[in-house]
Design a protein around this ligand. Structure first.
Ligand code: SF4
Length: 666
């Protein structure tokens, strides 16, 4: 891919005896796309193939199990512990290499960072019985004999990867998994040959490397990923990590992949929105100074500009863009062809990839890329069978994504938005502290609509008649929702505001003491928004905890800031009335209380707005209702429904059911 853009990033790079076409790496990220029995699936192959086609230099396939089921940490994790998996792995390696990318397979054992629910009832194992606080799991200590067996399993797995046609493997020694557990003084308390001094703690990985090299020979890449700082008291620090790096090089590792954190410091592994771009590059830079083999950096690197600069400044030899490869399979291609502004950047929400993938039994999805996990169907946007006129009403994530895909398919698309800006609730969602990355998705969609010539009319609150005048063959109703109003005496008082209005700045909250009714994500984020402006905020939440509707890593990050801001969150309480100066509550023990309030903010959910759909049903060929207009949910569901509606227009096979004429009488 010869290019004048980002010359440092797009220069070839050598790992071991293999040359990669550029310095961009797709790091391993669990997808849950494996088969029922741990086999490679078509879904996996298509997902990785799209990224290889997208121009990335090196693709490191997500962690494969070397020890099923005890070493498993994701419900649908694929396996490499038996020769029967080699044919599937071969298809995967071939699909990646066919498009010019170097293909590595990460191999892995979860150790203490899994649960019996995932290991099919087996007690998780570890170097020492140190419980995992994140998962609440007590592991069992491995015997010396078991350790020896596991070393062989890693080496045998590497040999299978070679047999399958991969260019190499990466040993997963990062993020607190088994290999990392042996290396870390936090999790390794052994007093035998595998514990104590650094050299003893390294015995397990070094022996794996030695036996692996014996099996795979010199031409096969052995990569090693590790956390250069575990960000946990008593864990690995950068100083020790530098010594480890030198020792790994000496042992014959070809490339080091420098990550950070373990499960107990999860915000360093999968950073929430508040983390700045490139914050961990300093770790790779420090490791690079300790070795002469190539070093890969990773962590919130979202733009080719930053990736190029890292290489140019000599801070790392390769740059891994992780979640950015989920959001955009063509990250490399767009950058190399001068279209970096078309890259759909990861917003660090962790909802689709982590919430749906690693920590759930469902497949990985992505908030900003509905095609993820559906590459077989949606990876290459198919042209429409015939071009029709499409009207989209509503310019939030659902409507914008619907308009984008419909236009890319060749339809003639008009979008009406009643406010003066595109973005819908994404504009509000981006306003609380540390949420500004959401604007990246709004900006991406806005640019794409212009590029694909969607005719956008803002400030137009259209009726059914307005829509019909356009003579559309299909209408997509994405009219969103309005904030719900709780049935509480005093709710219509002059000092009572909706959270959406407060965030948007259309209502001014006077006075110092603010009570927020509703402690879900919107209520909590509004609390932080107001507290940062000097307000004294109390949140009243009916459920047993705050922000339970929020993605866990971002939630913990936000709640961690509440103490500094003095936000008072009360749970298990219900607001019963609002007076001039107080909010009254009752708890589950029927205890009543009164909270002084100069202002009250409501954050109790939303109500769909879809009257237009009912007015149109039966009067247009196809009418689709999507997003919050169906039921208020997250950006991810809105965008997915937008895409599915756009794929359904003028097709015999409908991904999304259009409204039937019967709805006209509802
Ligand atoms: Fe990024 Fe969110 Fe997509 Fe994950 S789900 S890749 S964090 S945008």
């Amino acid at each position: 891919m010869p290019t004048n853009h980002y010359p440092s990033l797009f220069q070839p790079g050598r790992i071991g005896k293999v040359t990669a076409r550029n310095r961009l790496v797709m790091p391993p990220m669990a997808t849950n796309y494996g088969g029922e029995d741990g086999e490679v699936t078509d879904r996996m192959i298509r997902y990785y193939e799209e990224r290889a086609k997208g121009g990335t230099g090196v693709i490191i396939v997500e962690n494969a199990q070397v020890d099923y089921p005890t070493g498993k940490n994701v419900v649908r994790q694929h396996r490499i512990d038996n020769d029967k998996f080699v044919p599937g792995l071969r298809l995967l390696a071939t699909a990646i290499k066919r498009h010019g990318a170097v293909a590595l397979q990460q191999i892995h054992h979860a150790g203490r960072q899994t649960t019996p629910a995932i290991t099919e009832g087996r007690v998780p194992v570890a170097p020492s019985p140190v419980p995992c606080r994140f998962l609440g799991v007590q592991p069992r200590e491995l015997t010396g004999e078991e350790i020896d067996t596991l070393i062989n399993k890693f080496a045998e797995a590497a040999a299978r990867a070679k047999l399958a046609g991969f260019d190499g493997i990466e040993l997963h020694g990062a993020h607190g998994y088994l290999i990392g557990q042996f290396m870390s003084p936090y999790t390794n308390r052994r007093v035998d040959q595998y514990g104590g001094t650094l050299e003893a703690r390294l015995r397990f990985p070094l022996e794996i490397i030695r036996r692996t090299r014996e099996k795979v020979g010199d031409d096969f890449i052995i990569g090693f990923r590790f956390s250069a700082d575990e960000f946990i008291p008593g864990g690995l620090t950068l100083e020790e990590a530098r010594q480890i790096a030198a020792r790994l090089q000496q042992a014959g590792v070809d490339v080091l992949h420098v990550s950070a954190g373990i499960y107990e410091s999860m915000d360093r592994v999968l950073e929430p929105m508040s983390y700045p771009e490139g914050w961990r590059v300093y770790l790779a830079e420090a490791i690079k100074q300790a070795v002469t083999i190539p070093v890969i950096t990773v962590g919130v690197i979202r733009t080719p500009e930053m990736a190029d600069r890292i290489i140019a400044e000599g801070k790392a030899d390769f740059v891994a863009v992780g979640r950015g490869h989920i959001t955009d399979a063509e990250f490399a291609l767009k950058a190399a062809t001068g279209h970096a502004d078309r890259i759909n950047r990861c917003i660090s929400c962790n909802i689709g990839c982590v919430g749906n993938g690693i920590f759930a039994s469902s497949i990985m999805r992505c908030t900003v890329n509905p095609a993820v996990g559906m590459e077989e169907l949606l990876g290459t946007i198919p042209p429409a069978p015939h071009r029709v006129k499409v009207v989209v009403v509503g310019g939030g994530p659902a409507g914008m994504e619907a308009a984008r895909i419909a236009a890319m398919r060749g339809h003639d698309v008009v979008l009406f938005e009643k406010s003066d800006r595109l973005g819908g609730q994404m504009l509000l969602a981006a306003l609380p502290p540390h949420k500004d990355k959401i604007n990246w998705f709004t900006d991406f969609l806005t640019r794409e609509l212009a590029l694909f010539r969607v005719r956008v009319f803002t400030g137009r609150n259209v009726s059914a008649e307005d829509v019909l005048r356009e003579q559309p063959a299909a209408v997509i109703v994405a009219t969103g929702a309005v904030p719900a109003v709780p049935d509480i005496p005093g709710v219509d008082g002059p000092r009572v505001f909706q959270a959406w209005d407060v965030l948007a700045g259309t209502k001014q909250v006077d006075g110092q003491r603010v009570v927020i009714i509703g402690g879900g994500q919107v209520g909590c984020e509004t609390a932080e928004f107001l507290a940062e402006r000097g307000k004294q905020v109390t949140i009243l939440e009916m459920l047993q905890d705050l922000a339970l509707d929020m993605e866990p890593i971002n939630r913990l990050d936000m709640l961690g800031r509440f103490k500094r801001l003095g936000i008072n969150g009360l749970t298990g309480v219900t607001a019963t009335s609002i007076t001039d100066s107080t909010v009254r509550t009752i708890d589950r023990h029927l205890q009543t209380a009164s909270f002084p309030a100069d202002a009250v903010v409501l954050a109790v959910g939303a109500t769909p707005v879809n009257d237009l759909a009912l007015d149109l049903a039966g009067r247009v060929g196809e009418v689709y209702v999507i997003g919050d207009a169906v039921r208020p949910r997250r950006i991810m569901e809105a965008a997915q429904e937008g895409a599915l509606a756009a794929y359904s227009i003028a097709e015999a096979h409908k991904w999304l059911s259009p409204l039937s004429p019967a709805h006209a009488t509802v």
